[in-house]
Design a protein around this ligand. Structure first.
Ligand code: 2IT
Length: 447
């Protein structure tokens, strides 16, 4: 495989799709050595096929806001790869959504889903709809209008969307309601992240955060460290950050910073259960302001505008918000303040310069596609429940999730262990996911 040649071709074909090109480059560089040991991959042009989505749906979504004005957004579903299972991946509602963003996310999702040990292909969807400042009714009307188009593209053995940034249980509920009306079927297997009383997994909302902490525990354990007593910085205050805070606290760590687009909240005494509960209120308000935490708990939290969570001295950094949210300068600041571990929870949360800096300065680092895979893994468990009309307890799902995260960590070690005994988790995760998808593609012929 000639990474440079493939990248040069993609750069000409998809100019300006920087996030997609960044994601592809990372994977190709990681797998090149292994790929070249398999001439059958080269012959079947596996990589050239893998970097192109199977298909992309683009559709207009028109809805009416609270003032009675007609609004139009664009909706997308990118079905990236179905070598190992039906298309699976989240829906993102965010003002910056573009086909390029969803392409990078769909590409990453393909490898992540392969890591989960479950049979799921990769997909991503969403819209440039901006939930910030929208009323509950507006959110409902938008979700209904979005599903009015999307329902034709999805199905339990075809493509199973879920939540992502801007899409949580409430949005999945509104989308499912509309799907049911259009399809005239109570087909729970068509979406994951459903409510616990109507086919959902009770653990799904917390699963990404819980899984991330199980992975972090594994990583620390291998490095001879313990999470108890560690200071942690977390970005964001959505579902993922909420689950991560809950589990970090439970494991005895102290979350001393959370952040939002407006700035950082320092919490010197560590986040409390009441504060973690309040994150849900903040998310549901659609205000998108972390300052609200300091206003609600003035004695415990202090807000500073314009600063990131990475400016606070911690042992462990957990980016839980958005892609490229941690720059090389942030990585330097973290290290200068004593940080020695970064587990990326957001998809591609760290910029390439930050990852290189962590890796060359002995800071433990693991990439999002391994660390956050517990979310989609729990979606996979929800699919199993729906297909077999059973319901597992939260405890049962948590045990399965824990086992899956241990397996993902073991796969990263298997493929990423270096001669000096350290683990390159980026390489390990990419190779492990790639080998599974590439082998399946090879076995299914040229399609
Ligand atoms: O990035 C992700 O893995 C998700 N947004 C979850 C996808 C899913 O199908 O649960």
């Amino acid at each position: 495989m000639k990474t440079q040649e493939i990248m040069a071709r993609l750069q000409v074909k998809y100019p300006g799709e920087s996030e997609y090109l960044q994601a592809v480059q990372e994977v190709l560089e990681s797998v090149e050595e292994v790929y070249n040991r398999h001439p059958e991959f080269e012959k079947a042009k596996i990589v050239e096929r893998m970097v192109e989505p199977d298909r992309i749906f683009t559709f207009r979504v028109t809805w009416v806001d609270d003032k009675g004005e007609v609004q139009t957004n664009t909706g997308y579903r990118i079905q990236f790869n179905s070598a190992i299972g039906p298309y699976k991946g989240g829906i993102r509602f965010h003002k910056a959504v573009t086909p390029s963003m969803l392409k990078f996310l769909g590409f990453e999702q393909t490898f992540k889903n392969a890591l989960t040990t479950l049979p799921m292909g990769g997909a991503k969807g969403g819209s440039d709809f901006d939930p910030v400042g929208k009323s509950n009714d507006e959110i409902m009307r938008f979700c209904q209008a979005f599903m009015y188009e999307l329902w034709q593209c999805i199905g339990p053995d075809q493509d199973i969307p879920a939540g992502d940034v801007g899409v949580g249980g409430r949005e999945i509920g509104y989308m499912y309601g509309m799907y049911k009306k259009l399809a005239r079927q109570y087909n729970t297997g068509v979406l994951t992240g459903k409510g616990a009383t109507w086919g959902g997994s009770i653990l799904r909302p917390k699963a990404t955060g819980f899984g991330a902490l199980y992975f972090t525990q594994n990583l620390l354990h291998r490095a001879g460290k313990d999470i108890a007593g560690c200071k942690v910085a977390i970005s964001g205050f959505g579902n993922v950050a909420w689950g991560a805070c809950t589990k970090a606290k439970e494991l005895g760590a102290k979350v001393v910073a959370i952040s939002g687009p407006d700035g950082v909240c320092r919490i010197p005494g560590g986040i409390t259960s009441e504060m973690i509960d309040y994150m849900l209120v903040m998310r549901a308000s659609n205000r998108n302001k972390v300052e609200d935490m300091a206003v609600k708990f003035p004695e415990l939290a202090e807000f500073e505008a314009g600063k990131k969570a990475w400016s606070v001295p911690v042992d462990i950094a957990l980016p839980c918000a958005f892609q490229n949210e941690l720059s090389e300068d942030d990585a330097r600041e973290l290290k200068a303040n004593g940080c020695w571990c970064c587990c990326e929870v957001s998809n591609m949360g760290c910029q390439p310069g930050a990852i290189k800096f962590f890796q060359s300065n002995g800071i433990l680092f693991a990439p999002g596609k391994a660390v956050n895979a517990g979310g989609v893994a729990t979606s996979g468990l929800e699919m199993t429940q729906n297909a077999s009309h059973i319901s597992w307890s939260g405890k049962e799902v948590d045990e399965k999730l824990h086992f899956i995260m241990d397996s993902i960590h073991a796969a990263c070690v298997k493929y990423g262990e270096q001669p000096d005994g350290s683990v390159d988790y980026v390489k390990g995760a990419n190779i492990a996911g790639f080998m599974k998808v590439a082998t399946a593609m090879l076995e299914q012929g040229i399609i």
